[in-house]
Design a protein around this ligand. Structure first.
Ligand SMILES: CC(C)(COP(=O)(O)OP(=O)(O)OC[C@H]1O[C@@H](n2cnc3c(N)ncnc32)[C@H](O)[C@@H]1OP(=O)(O)O)[C@@H](O)C(=O)NCCC(=O)NCCS
Length: 175
C-alpha cells in the first residue's frame, strides 16, 4: 500500500468515500457526519496539499488530512504558541478496517508533523462519540478538554469539540 497526495480530481471520490463512512456510522447509531461535507472546503484543503490517500492498488483504502490550519475557537492562544499539526477526516474503508491502518496513518501523521518541526499532533473528535474517543485514547492521545458551544456555523452546539493531542514523534509506520 502506498500514500499519495490527493489532487483536485479526487474530490468526487473522496466525497463518496466519506458518505460511505457516514452510512456505516448511521448503522452504528451515531449522528456523526450526517451532513454532507462541503465540496469547496474539501477542494481547498486538497489544493493546500493537506489531503492524503492510502492506495491499495487502485482502491482507496483510507484517507487522512494533516494540516497546520487550526479550526477556530477550539484551542487557546497559549496552546497555539506550541507548534502543532491537526489531523482531520481520518477514514478507513470498511473493506480495510480492523488492520490498524488508522493507527499506522496516525503514526505517519505524527512522524510527518515531527519532521516539520511540530511538537503536537492534535485533533478534535465528534463530541458525542465515546467509542471514537476511546479509539484515540487507545492510540496514545490525551484528552485536553471538550468544547461544547460556539460552533463556527451558527453558534450552536459544537459537534466536534473533543480535543486531544499526542506528542509528534518519529515513527516506523511502514508506508
Ligand atoms: C477511526 C477509523 C479511521 C479507525 O480505523 P482502523 O484503525 O482501521 O480501526 P477500525 O475501523 O477497526 O476501528 C477500531 C474500533 O473503533 C470503532 N470506531 C471507529 N470509528 C468509530 C466511530 N466514528 N464511531 C464509533 N466507533 C468507531 C470501530 O467500530 C472499532 O471497534 P471494534 O474494535 O469494537 O470493532 C475508522 O474506524 C473510521 O473510518 N471511522 C469512521 C470515520 C471516523 O469517525 N473518523 C474519525 C474522524 S475524527
Amino acid at each position: 500500500m502506498k500514500i499519495t497526495t490527493a489532487c483536485p480530481d479526487d474530490v468526487t471520490k473522496l466525497l463518496a468515500f466519506r458518505e460511505e463512512a457516514a452510512a456505516w456510522l448511521t448503522r452504528l447509531g451515531s449522528d456523526q457526519w450526517q451532513r454532507p461535507y462541503p465540496a469547496d472546503r474539501l477542494l481547498a484543503t486538497i489544493e493546500a496539499g493537506s489531503v492524503s490517500m492510502l492506495m491499495d492498488g487502485d482502491v482507496t483504502a483510507a484517507t487522512i488530512t494533516l494540516t497546520p490550519d487550526v479550526e477556530e475557537g477550539l484551542w487557546t492562544e497559549q496552546e497555539l504558541t506550541e507548534p502543532s499539526r491537526f489531523v482531520t477526516k481520518l477514514t478507513v474503508a470498511r473493506t480495510h478496517a480492523g488492520q490498524n491502518l488508522g493507527g499506522r496513518l496516525l503514526d505517519w501523521a505524527g512522524d510527518k508533523a515531527y519532521r516539520e518541526g511540530a511538537k503536537w499532533l492534535r485533533l478534535d473528535a465528534w463530541t458525542t462519540n465515546e467509542a471514537l474517543q476511546r479509539y484515540y485514547l487507545q492510540h496514545g492521545f490525551e484528552h485536553v478538554r471538550t468544547v461544547r458551544d460556539g460552533g463556527a456555523v451558527n453558534g450552536g452546539p459544537r459537534v466536534s469539540g473533543w480535543l486531544a493531542q499526542r506528542l509528534a514523534a518519529p515513527a516506523d509506520h511502514g508506508f
